[in-house]
Design a protein around this ligand. Structure first.
Ligand code: GDP
Ligand code: GDP
Length: 436
């Protein structure tokens, strides 16, 4: 399980510059593969061999010039609730502002690690100016320049030192599927969970400090055994009904990272929107299985075409990863809930499957021979062998004489052929080409 680090602070102090620096290398790789840029406010970073997830909470309220203090406060409170550590960024050019003081006041009460980063310290002179930030009452601070990266090493050294040890996922001891139910506020997540497993299990117990860890609760319903990844977000969601992007993202991250399959609940009356897309992307990026439930289907006027049209519209939004089950359900009338559970179990199985090397080669090599990667500069590219790697989410490696010449469209072609020949519905898969 990864630690989650939240970057907070008022607009224009340099949060996203710093965030981009943290996730740089990895993001570049992801983007060149998918060619799609989605949520730019969540990513994974690594320092001294320790991996953690980073969220730039400010990214979600950007664009509003006259940002309300109340919004910053909510952003910080949410970060305090959901993150394992907080990096509070301030701007040495501006000095301490009233909003900084507000944020500091909230953070002083927090027992989680809080690191104060005084940004835009581009030169020695500004080192001197930074001293005033002691007055925020947060103790030692780190002077950084997000733009050049100077000072960030010391900050990150400290960060990974203070990050708490989290329990490792215990797949071995508990091999049941881990499902999480995600979606934006009011989509019907808790109604779905309640309908599925019974009301009594989701009594809200809001005991400070006990709610932040993801907990697997074992269920046995309709003959299926599974764990529901029950997070603070689900249990305490009653507190937050506001439909803000960063709420659904912050509250989904830990659950998603901790699960095998994400059940994304969307509200049929609202359609598939930006927030849904970003949560979908979080699951995809984490290489989790995905099932989309279009909930509140009881409220939608139906003619014979509407399911198909609705489904097509969603598939368009989730391109290029469209091989995902989409079900039309109602938590209220309990329509197709069993089917939803069945599908989630199937996606779990799909994600877990290991294709035997002999079978894989038997099927894929003739396809590749028939349609080889296009020759580059008169050089022929040959793929002679392939195998699935023993990873938690499916990864395939194809050995070639000149892997560097194989382009993304061909990779997608191979992925599609894999999907046609084996059942990977709902499962992101990786295809690599390597030197044999
Ligand atoms: P955010 O709103 O907090 O995410 O801030 P941004 O990352 O968008 O940065 C706001 C402005 O500060 C931009 O014009 C950045 O180029 C600038 N900035 C960010 N980091 C530094 C830095 O280390 N030094 C200087 N001089 N400017 C910076
Ligand atoms: P959450 O914030 O995602 O957990 O959403 P809730 O489960 O609290 O549901 C939000 C609202 O939608 C509540 O008023 C529910 O009664 C209603 N709701 C949930 N599922 C359905 C459904 O399938 N059909 C209808 N008509 N209403 C639903």
């Amino acid at each position: 399980m990864n630690n989650i680090v939240a970057i907070v602070g008022r607009p224009n102090v340099g949060k996203s510059t710093f965030f981009n620096r943290l996730i740089q290398r990895r993001e570049a790789i992801v983007d060149s593969v998918s060619g799609v840029t989605r949520d730019r406010n969540y990513g994974k970073s690594e320092w001294n061999g320790k991996e953690f997830s980073v969220i730039d909470t400010g990214g979600y309220i950007k664009g509003s010039d006259d940002i309300f203090e109340g919004e910053i406060r909510k952003q910080v409170e949410l970060a305090i609730d959901e993150a394992d550590a907080i990096i509070f960024v301030v701007d040495v050019e501006d000095g301490i502002t009233p909003m900084d003081e507000e944020v500091a006041k909230l953070l002083r009460k927090v027992t989680k690690p809080v690191l104060l980063a005084v940004n835009k310290v581009d030169n020695a002179m500004r080192q001197q100016d930074a001293i005033e930030f002691y007055n925020l009452g947060l103790g030692e601070y780190f002077t950084i320049a997000g733009m050049s990266g100077s000072g960030t090493g010391e900050l990150l050294d400290k960060l990974v030192e203070v990050l708490p040890e989290l329990p490792d996922a215990v797949e071995e001891e508990n091999p049941l599927p881990r499902f999480c139910v995600v979606g934006r506020p009011n989509a019907g997540k808790s109604s779905f969970i309640n309908a599925l497993i019974g009301e009594d299990r989701f009594v809200v117990t809001d005991i400070a400090g006990t709610t932040r860890d993801a907990i697997d609760t074992k269920y046995n319903r309709f003959g299926f055994e599974f764990n529901l990844v029950d997070t603070a977000g689900i249990r305490r969601k009653a507190k937050v009904k506001e439909d803000l992007e960063f709420y659904s993202v912050m509250r989904s991250v830990r659950a998603i990272e901790h699960s095998d399959v994400c059940i994304l609940v969307i509200d049929a009356t609202r359609g598939f929107e930006g927030q849904d897309q970003n949560i979908f992307w979080l699951a995809e990026k984490n290489r989790k299985g995905i099932v989309i439930l279009v909930n509140k289907w009881d409220l939608v006027e139906k003619d014979t075409m509407s399911t198909k049209r609705y489904e097509d519209a969603i598939r368009k939004e989730i391109e290029p990863f469209t091989d995902v089950p989409i079900l039309f359900v109602s938590a209220l009338t309990k329509q197709r809930l069993l089917k939803a559970l069945e599908t989630a179990v199937q996606v779990y199985e799909n994600r877990k499957q290991r294709v035997a090397t002999s079978k894989l080669n038997e099927i894929m090599l003739p396809i590749i021979e028939h349609m080889p990667p296009p020759a580059v500069k008169g050089k022929y590219i040959k793929i002679k062998f392939c195998m699935q790697l023993p990873t938690p989410a499916p990864q395939f490696v194809f050995f070639a004489n000149l892997p560097q010449y194989i382009k993304d469209p061909y990779r997608r072609f191979v992925e599609n052929k894999l999907r046609e020949n084996f059942d990977f519905e709902g499962v992101p898969i990786d295809v690599y080409f390597r030197q044999k």
